[in-house]
Design a protein around this ligand. Structure first.
Ligand SMILES: [Zn+2]
Length: 1006
């Protein structure tokens, strides 16, 4: 048996990751190299200016004049919109978008090929005079709805000739060898929305310009909020995320996406599509930063585009898509390559009349086992190709044999242990009673295997404050029995029989217990709690029962009682914006680090529900959860009436969701590249095995790849993710996801096949990890530098020659800057004393395990106008750009980012609208502490509630509805999600950031 295998046979007879023997270096600090550029140190060009002298960066200066041109480009596909914005000092910005050309047959040749990939341009240019009218092109009126200028003499070489307005462009996607990003709709992204005169540019590159996130402190919100109204650039003229989302939905929405093509770029995560698996994993399971890898390490280094895949192994699949097939090869177990241990998949090439197969990953030629032999057809394809999921599908499962089980013993069904902090705070708030009442019904919904009558998950109960109480709820008992453990230094479980039980069988005793718990501790005055011993007790209980499982811990305060893992308040706002700020986010090690290891080796996941009224050191308390595939939920200053439903929704989703336990994941690749780095709620004990005590339908692992040799355009880049895990009923299975990408010696192919949402997921996770080891300022600089390098490389190698003053963005990345800027303004990276350290730590930890859908929404929230909604239609109104500009005094908007949900009411909101939604006569009467809308029998109310319900339904966790009135103090909370505006706690507006990035690119290029 080869030593290379990740699950050798027998898998647990070798040194097992996660089964003891952890080397030093677990956790955040270990073998983490310093945050860096892909493939090179960041210092190859000057760092961006930073510091306090930010005057040119923050305010938007007035302009003297401006005009806009839109221009179409001579191009086979679609149109090119181009606008020019005259800025102060006669400098001019030109924004252009190239659209994807038809792909010509790829071939070797210079990187700078005539078929330049799609591009967006924004130019800063010196002009001596305002050129527009002088050149015979009248400036466009405000908000012109059509493109006025098919051509402009200002055009540089890239802007050559006009595109004929007549005749549709050739359709993309048909017969194209490379299914690049979708061709644009006619009219371009930026056409038809140009604003008129009176626009100002942001402060253009000056020596004193500060970096993003370095802008001054909050001064009353976005720039627009303070002082007299200023003229500014029309925000419609810069790439719009909502437009990109709408276009993709228009183009690919409602369609079937078949996964038969290698290197195919899937629809956006926001698009509504149906997947048909034809040999590659659905994008719901795997999404890549680019679907065309560069052939060589040199090219990868040159472009600095991260090569990464975001894997969500248990992603929820809509009912109209094929469920996961389970392949069972009986006692033999799954068929694997002898050398690299890859599992049978569509990339194995059968030869020799079907007697052998060549591994697509390592090229080893293997014998086909006798039982698996099958003849080949005239195409060399096995005749049973379509009958075997492992030959024809991208995703499927294998039933695992005993060799894949711990100690060669069959796995047991997992157990859920509910551990309730019954200290004074939780009793007084009513939380204990709320949890106990809910569990009585919730436990009927424990997850079960498809088609099974009942769940096989066992349940157990613990309450605690400074000491722990275990409960015997054996079905034979008339009354539950309590056993107390007061020695928390050496945790043990005082009972084995009767602690973990089947809910159906013990229902009466359990309900009895849940009735009694709130009363038993009703008079408590114990305010101190332990925490680490609680987790330890859970692990010990699972260990004794020889099963994996999950702990649901409901906890209120920082654990100050004398016990292992005792914590003290180390929140220090003075550290913010210093070298030591990172220490606020570093977990207290020792006890918690060891706990994580214990949990992972037992397959014990920890979900933490926190109800703090002050600082609780989430960086440390959440550490075990985020290394065991768990989640941290936080309800500050919890009040049952106000926050109860929000919390219960989270709890229900969490208990009921699809999940696998005791998982170990390995990502294999074809020769020439390999997985080098992993981000997620995971534990790594060596460089290849990703261990997850549990992995549920919302958890994603981001995997970064590096070259170790040259990749071939012919064979492409193949990856296989194999996840060994225990199902909810105790079966051991292997879930396999395969994905094939293209490889190209032309960087233009890479840029065409980029996925911005996936890129942003990677950058968010890598930056949030880096901030544990490096000052925030450095992390942010590196982010911007890498982005500038990516875009500069595109410009240098892929775009047609153009004036240096143009900002040129690849079409597939054209909204990358707005996401990057939003990331720089997120709580964890922003470095403001106004934000709570726990909130920042919480967001950092939550993001670590997010999939692409979640990071997309988090960094570009949906702002949905409600005042014009069509109550007859069942579609959600189209979101608008996240900017104060889009709000109207007479409007009503919903904003959501997956974590927060706001209903914003304009000052001049019509009373009829208020009446129909809130059943009160005017805005002043709307209670702001409302957490759900009254159920009124009118179309407006019904429509709005159904929109909210559908949003809540789609998201992994519940969102608390917050009512915000325009100009109220609470509006600040809402405004910090308007990511195109200047950050409330620092950070540039989108427009300013674009100019800043442009300047960085120019520095790289010179
Ligand atoms: Zn192989």
């Amino acid at each position: 048996m080869s030593q290379q295998g990740y699950v050798a046979t027998p898998p647990y007879s070798q040194a097992q990751p996660g089964m003891g023997g952890y080397p030093a270096g677990f956790g955040s600090a270990p073998a983490q190299p310093l945050y860096r550029h892909y493939g090179g140190p960041p210092q190859s060009f000057p760092a961006p200016p930073t510091g306090k002298n930010t005057c040119l960066w923050s305010p938007i200066p007035p302009v003297k004049s401006s005009s806009i041109y839109i221009q179409q480009r001579h191009h086979n596909l679609g149109t090119l919109a181009c606008s020019m914005l005259l800025l102060r000092l006669h400098s001019c910005s030109v924004l252009k978008v190239d659209h994807p050309p038809l792909a010509f047959p790829a071939g070797p040749g210079p990187v700078q090929s005539p078929q330049a990939p799609p591009t967006s341009h924004l130019t800063q240019q010196q002009f001596q005079t305002a050129p527009p009218t002088a050149m015979g092109h009248p400036p466009m009126g405000p908000h012109s709805s059509q493109m006025a200028h098919p051509q402009s003499p200002l055009a540089g070489p890239t802007m050559a000739g006009p595109q004929s307005m007549g005749g549709p462009p050739p359709m993309g996607g048909m017969g194209r060898p490379f299914p690049g990003p979708p061709p644009p709709g006619a009219g371009g992204q930026f056409g038809g929305q140009m604003a008129g005169p009176g626009m100002a540019g942001p402060g253009m590159a000056g020596p004193g310009m500060a970096g993003p996130g370095m802008a001054g402190p909050f001064q009353g919100g976005a720039a627009q909020m303070a002082g007299p109204p200023q003229k500014k650039l029309d925000p419609d003229s810069i790439p719009s995320t909502t437009q990109v989302i709408e276009d993709d939905q228009a183009k690919r929405g409602g369609q079937v996406y078949t996964t038969n093509l290698r290197g195919q770029v899937p629809p956006l995560v926001t698009t509504d599509y149906t997947v048909q698996d034809q040999g590659n994993a659905s994008p719901r399971f795997m999404r890549c930063t680019t679907y065309s890898f560069p052939c060589t390490a040199d090219l990868a280094k040159q472009c600095q585009v991260p090569l990464a895949t975001i894997i969500k192994p248990f992603a929820t699949v809509p009912k109209n898509e094929t469920p996961m097939y389970v392949v069972n090869h009986g006692e033999t177990g799954p068929i694997r390559c002898n050398r690299c241990k890859a599992y049978m998949c569509p990339y194995m090439q059968f030869t020799d009349g079907g007697r052998r197969y060549q591994c697509g990953f390592c090229n080893c030629v293997n014998e086909v086992p006798a039982f698996y032999f099958q003849h080949l057809d005239h195409m060399g394809k096995r005749v049973d190709f379509y009958e075997r999921p492992e030959l024809s599908l991208g995703s499927y499962e294998f039933a695992a044999t005993l060799d894949y089980c711990k100690n060669n013993k069959p796995a047991s069904p997992p157990a859920y242990i509910f551990m309730i902090d019954v200290s004074y705070a939780n009793i007084k708030s009513g939380l204990v009673r709320l949890v106990c009442d809910e569990l009585k019904t919730l436990l009927d919904n424990l997850p079960r295997e498809d088609g099974a009558e009942s769940s096989m998950v066992k349940v157990g109960f613990v309450t605690y404050n400074k000491i722990l109480h275990f409960y015997n709820v054996k079905s034979a008992l008339a009354q539950p029995q309590m056993m107390v453990v007061s020695d928390t230094a050496e945790m043990f479980v005082p009972l084995l029989d009767g602690f973990l039980v089947n809910f159906q069988e013990s229902r009466a005793v359990i309900n009895n217990l849940l009735d009694q718990i709130p009363d038993m501790f009703a008079d408590t005055n114990e305010s101190e709690t332990v925490f680490a011993p609680v987790i330890q007790a859970g692990v010990e209980a699972l260990k004794a029962a020889e099963c994996s499982g999950k702990l649901f811990i409901f906890h209120s305060s920082i654990p100050t009682a004398e016990a292992p893992g005792k914590l003290k308040n180390r929140d220090d706002k003075k550290l913010i914006n210093t070298e030591k700020e990172k220490t606020l986010f570093q977990p207290q090690k020792a006890v918690y680090e060891q706990l994580s290891k214990d949990c992972v080796s037992q397959g014990c996941s920890v979900d933490l529900f926190l109800f703090p009224s002050q600082y609780v050191d989430i960086a440390t308390m959440g550490d075990v959860a985020t290394h065991t595939g768990g989640s941290v939920f936080k309800y500050s200053n919890f009040q049952v009436e106000r926050d109860g439903q929000h919390f219960l929704s989270d709890l229900r989703k969490d208990v009921e969701k699809a999940i696998g336990f005791d998982a170990i994941m390995r990502v294999r690749t074809s020769t020439g590249f390999r997985a080098t780095d992993f981000f997620g709620a995971i534990h790594m004990n060596n460089t290849t095995d990703v261990e997850m005590a549990a992995v549920d339908c919302d958890k994603a692992v981001t995997v970064e790849f590096k070259h170790d040799d040259t990749l071939s355009e012919e064979t492409g880049a193949l990856m296989q993710c194999a996840l060994l895990y225990t199902t909810i009923s105790g079966q051991r299975r292997l879930r396999i996801h395969n994905l094939s990408l293209n490889c190209s010696a032309q960087l233009s192919e890479l840029y065409k096949s980029c996925e911005t949402d996936a890129l942003v997921n990677f950058f968010a996770k890598s930056a949030y990890r880096a901030m544990l080891n490096q000052p925030l300022k450095t992390v942010k600089e590196i982010l911007v530098n890498q982005a500038a390098h990516m875009l500069a490389c595109y410009r240098k190698n892929c775009a047609s020659p153009s004036a240096a003053s143009q900002l040129i963005l690849p079409d597939a990345m054209k909204v990358f800057p707005v996401y990057l800027n939003s990331l720089l303004k997120t709580g964890p990276l922003v470095g403001s004393a106004e934000l709570s350290t726990d909130d920042r730590a919480h967001q950092r930890l939550s993001t670590t395990a997010m999939g692409v859908e979640d990071t997309q929404l988090l960094l570009y929230p949906r702002l949905i106008p409600l005042h014009n909604m069509d109550v007859a239609s069942d579609v959600v109104p189209t979101p608008v750009r996240c900017s104060e500009e889009r709000l109207t005094d007479a409007g009503m908007f919903l904003l959501e980012n997956g974590c927060s949900l706001f209903l914003w009411l304009g000052q001049a909101c019509p009373p009829e609208m208020i009446q129909s939604i809130f059943n009160v006569p005017s805005l002043a009467h709307v209670p702001v502490d409302l957490r759900s809308l009254p159920e009124l029998d009118n179309p407006q109310s019904q429509k709005l509630r159904s929109i909210i319900d559908s949003l809540l339904d789609q998201r992994p966790s519940s969102m608390k509805l917050m009512i915000v009135k325009q100009k109220d103090r609470s509006e600040i909370m809402f405004r910090q999600h308007l990511v195109e505006d200047k950050g409330l706690h620092g950070g540039a507006s989108y427009m300013d950031f674009l100019c800043y990035v442009h300047r960085e690119i120019r520095q790289v290029l010179t």
